[in-house]
Design a protein around this ligand. Sequence first.
Ligand code: F6P
Length: 327
Amino acid sequence: MGVKMQRIAVVTSGGDAPGMNACIRAIYRAGKFYGVEVYGIRRGYAGMIEGDFYKIERHDVGNIIHQGGTILGTSRSREFMTPEGRQKAADMLLEHEIDGLILIGGDGSFRGGNLLSCETGIPIIAIPGTIDNDIPGTDFSIGFDTAVNIALESIDRIRDTAISHGRLFFVEVMGHTSSFIALEAGIAGGAAQLVLHDGHEEIEELCNQLESLFRMGKHHAIVVIAEGDQPGCSFGISKKVSQRIQMESRVCVLGHTQRGGSPTARDRVLAAKLGISAVSALIEGQNGVMVGELMREIAYHPINDVVGKIRDPDPRITALSKILTGY
Ligand code: F6P
């Protein structure tokens, strides 16, 4: 058993993800249930360094369960990546008498949180919140399901116009270096081809596949592209393919639309489970762990074991996508 938790704080960091608000609400409610005060830290680690803390009250978390974004705000703080920045943040946590911290974010945020916990001993529990779904130790991270559904809705809309004009479309989805959104939205949206940047030269193969589809009588096609580490890469791909197969094409980069909007039921329920489990983990004296969900069971992993270990999609799903496309 570690320090008795009387006052805990929650911070959202890095890219926001739909469901973060549902998670903050669950943390507040779990705090009430266990008799622990919950503080919010505004603007991520930048706000932590500046001491931008406030006590969360019931009205702060009223009517937020359906809202995307994060009521706390977020940031990607360079200062926090320095030992001096983290020391300032630790001093602020001490000044506000915070006994434990819950961090909602992705890999970059976990890296900073892990260093803070190791350097200062402040108990930290991390919750995976990123649309990219690339965090090991959990089947899903908060926001992924919503992002996939938003991408899917857009793909369905594009299909209408692609059919009407008999056009080739390239739809680029987010995910940074991870292909989870492209894979799931592509499968669900009936993409003719997927470009997942999984290491092999795709353009020639893509052109051959598309040519064969058009020869078979298809008169439109949607190719879903993972942005990879170069957002906007689909413009270059579309140009090369159009020149090579002599067919006009259009590009749609879905971008940040995938990060906004009301979270799906799955994201809200996941957020509730992880938020409540994070509060109980702090009360039980756990420190330096990430709480996730594996096969519907809550699972805890040392943050050290998950940082920097970007997860790839299950190869069985990638194999399945190859059966579904190209025929
Ligand atoms: O939150 C993850 C993510 O949305 C990635 O998919 C994307 O590449 C990146 O963040 C964009 O981040 P920003 O524009 O906020 O810097």
